[in-house]
Design a protein around this ligand. Sequence first.
Ligand code: BG6
Length: 290
Amino acid sequence: MPVLRLAHASGGSAEIYLHGAQVMSWMLPGGEEKLFVASEASFVPGQPIRGGIPVVFPQFAHDGPLPQHGFARTALWTLLGDEDDERHASATLELSESEATNALWPHRFQAHLTVSVGASELEVTLGVTNTDSHSFNFTTALHTYLAIGDIREAALEGLTGGEYLDKTRENTRLVEESERLVVMEHTDSVYVDAPNSLILRDGGRRPPTRIDKTGFRDVVVWNPWSEKVTTFSGMTAEDYLHTICVEAAQVIVPIELGPGESWQGSQKLSVQGGTGLGAPGRATEGKGAT
Ligand code: BG6
C-alpha cells in the first residue's frame, strides 16, 4: 500500500497511508513510537486497518445506515501537497465523492486531512466542505490508537465532572467522577462536549502526552479489554494492554453543512516535559462558511 513518510529536521517523523489517509506511525526524534498498531493488523484495500489514526467519516460507529465508522477509513485518498518549515513537516490528502461514496451517501463533498509533525508533536486536521447544492450532515472522529506501556498503569486526566454515554451499558448517561481515569474493563464512552485538553500519563515511565482538540465537541475513550479484545480484527490477546483510543469526535450533535459551507476539526498530540493542562478549554465549534 502506498505510504507517505514525513520527516522533520528534529528527527520526528510520521507515516501516512493513502488508504484511509491513515496515520500509522508517529515517532519522536529518539525513535519512540507513539501510535499503536494491532499485532496482526491486516492491510487489505477496502478494509479498515486496526491502529494508527483511522478517519471516521461521515458516520460514527453504527449510528446510521452506513458501514461502521463510514467510508473514509477504507477509501483511497490522494496527496494534494506537502510543506516543510522550521517547525513542521506536513502533507495534505484529499477525498471527494465518487461512484462508490455516492452509492452510500449521495452528497458531493471535499474532505482534506492535513498531518503535521514536529519535534514533539503531531497534529491532524480534518476539513470537510459541502460542494453540493443541498445541505447534509455527518458525524466524525479521529480514532487515535495511542501506544502505552500498560493500560493498567495509564491514566487520562481532564474529563472529571463531564457527562458521558456508556456504550457498554446501553448508552447510560453518567458523570465522570474520577480525577484520573484508569481503564480497568471494557470501555466505550462518549464524553459529551468534552474539554479541549487532556493529559495521558503512561505509568510515570515516560513524559505525558497532551491531547488537544479544536472543532470536535466530543471525546470517545475506547479499549476492548481482555474479554473482548480478540473479537476485534487484528488484535491479539495482549494487545488491549498496550493501547488506549482517545478520539476527538463529534457524534452527539451531527455537523450540518449547507451548500458551500465548511467545517474543520483537529487533534494535536504533544509530548511534554510539563505536567499541567494549562488553561482549560471546553469544546468549540469548527464550522464556518467558505
Ligand atoms: C469506537 C466505538 O470508536 O470504535 C466502538 O465507540 C467500536 O463501539 C470501536 O467498537 C472499534 O470500531 P471498529 O469498527 O474499528 O472495530
